[in-house]
Write a protein that binds this ligand. Sequence first.
Ligand code: SF4
Length: 869
Amino acid sequence: MAAAVRTTCAYCGVGCGISATPTGPRVVTIRGDEAHPANAGRLCSKGTHLGETVGLAGRLLHPMIGDRQVRWDKALDLVAKRFRDTIARYGPDSVAFYVSGQLLTEDYYVANKLMKGFIGSANIDTNSRLCMSSAVAGHNRAFGEDVVPASYQDLDKADLVVLVGTNTAWCHPIVYQRIQAARTARGTKLVVIDPRRTETCEGADLHLPLRPGSDVALMNGLLAWLADKGMVDRAFVDSHVEVPDGFWEHLATGHDLWTTAQTCDLDPAVLLRFYEMFAAHPRTVTLFSQGINQSIRGTDQVNAIINVHLATGRICQPGAAPFSITGQPNAMGGREVGGLASTLAAHMDFAPENVARVGRFWAAPRMATRPGLKAVDLFRAMGEGRIKALWVMATNPAVSLPDAGNVRAALEKCPFVVVSDVIADTDTTAYADVRLPAAAWGEKDGTVTNSERTISRQRPFMALPGEAKPDWWIVKEVARRMGWSGEFAYDHPADIWREHARLTAYQNEGARVLNLAAHAAIGNGAYEAMEPFRWGGTPFADGRFPTPSGRARMVKVGQMDLQAPLADWPLTLNTGRYRDQWHTMTRTGLASKLARHREEPLVEVHPADAAALGLNDRDLARVSTPQGNSTFRVMLSEGQRVGEIFTPIHWTDRTSTGGRTGLLPRPLVDPHSGQPGFKSTPAALAKVETEWRGFLIVRAEEPVRVPCLWATRVAVPGGALYEVAGNGDAARLESCLPRGERVEAIDATRGTRRVAVIAQGKLAGVLFVTRSGLLPSRDWLIDQLQAEDVGAAVLAARGPGSQPDKGATVCVCFDIGLNQIVAAIREQALVDVPAIGTALGAGTNCGSCRPALARILTQTNEEALDAAE
Ligand code: SF4
């Protein structure tokens, strides 16, 4: 057996260390790296199941021009020529790169250098723009540099953790587990501020379900109350903080408890309790994420949080800091190299002295002298014909950008689109003139930076398949063909690392906290062996900030007017992630276990709204906004505020006929950061009637086009499961079944049709549809895809001795369903989550389902109490 390789998780910004042991061709055993400071051996459900995603299904393995496989030389020559010709004819700002937080720092560095130093434009932006650019802008305004002033160790030392706009239990599970461990060990208090009651709220000391977009009012109200109680740290503020004129006067009016409670739509008593908890615990970490950043006031919301920490001196000390946590594995590395259109390189902006400095370092012939187009503006410019050549690297903007319908129109219009990606067929590659096969996780070699500034190696443990190449190699080959061979003469990612590290130190003189001088002169061996390290130590510990005055800056921010519901769009749409899926599911969608947690894209609706709209749980409903519409499965949820709905971001045209959240949000952005406001779009909801519903299970690996109104696909062991619904004759769906011996059963009274196809004694596919009857659990039928000697009895959807329906999957590690958990709680009188673990195993591996177990436990016991009364 090969030795274990230490690498870093492919998914979120927690940046967990992984120990990967290859056990066969593209087979790997995944464990948490016990020596990694981010996770100490723990992994969430996504990280745990990474091994299921390293196969070659759907991979792009060869360079393609249109649908033609070509040699690398030919593809690279074409890309270089089209970019060169476009620049010669229309100027450097007529081309753009749209890159990704999935790229490694070395990939990012080369792409940024090519665009900003050699092409001479700053039109390189990243999908991290959608995730945390408001935090970048907020840090720059407050600290003078984009430095996260916190580490995970602060969560261990805090007495109070305030989670604002983050479903940490689902989106950053290992950080959530770390907070829970601190709560158990030292009684850390936990407050969750979020319009939705998510699983993150389970067991929290307080949940503030505030009105969306009222975070500035809440933080200003908190600061006004603290000031009134004399809890501003005057000594710290006087020595280390610039306070703008009129700041305190501004807070003195309209920020009293009652007004703030009314603005935020909160119970004043709950709000006061939060204020008092905050006042009582000087060691406070306020951790925030997309709920703060993804707003048209995201930067102000970030600064409202930082203001509170600066005013109370809760920064630069153990257990006290504002903490922005990032969504992507290398969003932070992208920020460090300058892979945003609004920054230049190595934490420098476009000030003339910085442009000159970086130009000298790169020996660049044509430096960009001003910021480029941020993501939303970039695609708008493309739609207007101003961007004529685009290179998309490792991302899927046709799905993920707001107003994605117009993004697709822009891609269609762009004269030349290159996509380098791991996956051959995505919603974005459909628009590509050239597709370039890139290295995937497990093949990549370089570094990433996590949310707490820890840089870790991503190491390869599999050979590059087909003709796939690292992203940095692809970019430097194009750069060489554009005429810059000497400047892009990299043979190894360590060459790029050294140059990047030297640039951070170049004429730094203490002006920037980001300074990797100590890591700039390492050899290839030391690069290979590099241990995780956190740059910047405890930044600002000496009370000095990288601003001209050396002081941090409080920023006067006011609450914007909150939009009243519109007549045609009476609801507010919020969007976000699921626990077990990642972005557009090109990787997590391959892991059948992960698919079981949520098999369809759901619109979560408060029961009161559902009743008013005539909607029942599991109906289909169309979400409409002025930008577009898409259909979702209804899920009733008391966790939603009345008037607000929630949809997930993950589904694409490749996986569903509906669930396309990206079509719905407005392309409105924060004026400072350019980050889109994904979290509150005016919307409407209406029932979608269908005459029949059912499911299709097929052995085929390749997706099947299912001709009906509603069809969503997830991977299952040995094949795929499609949930279907539609109108007219359902018999047309039988064209989706494979060839083989057919058996069928028809119940004309209920309009039920069950068809199975058996080939060589094995189940090749089943189609169950009904107009008015019940549908059986899919679990037993899915198991039959792997069974021998399947016969006509399969139509019963149950075998002899088969278990009762286990219900929706809660614990993906041990495949434990809701019905099993409820039965165990009732029958065995289980009283806590560890007891459920002892009884069923649920929650004892990755732990991602523990908040769900706590919620089920509470609900089941409440139901039992109600029944007893
Ligand atoms: S929390 Fe989960 S998804 Fe995020 S880095 Fe860790 S294992 Fe990966």
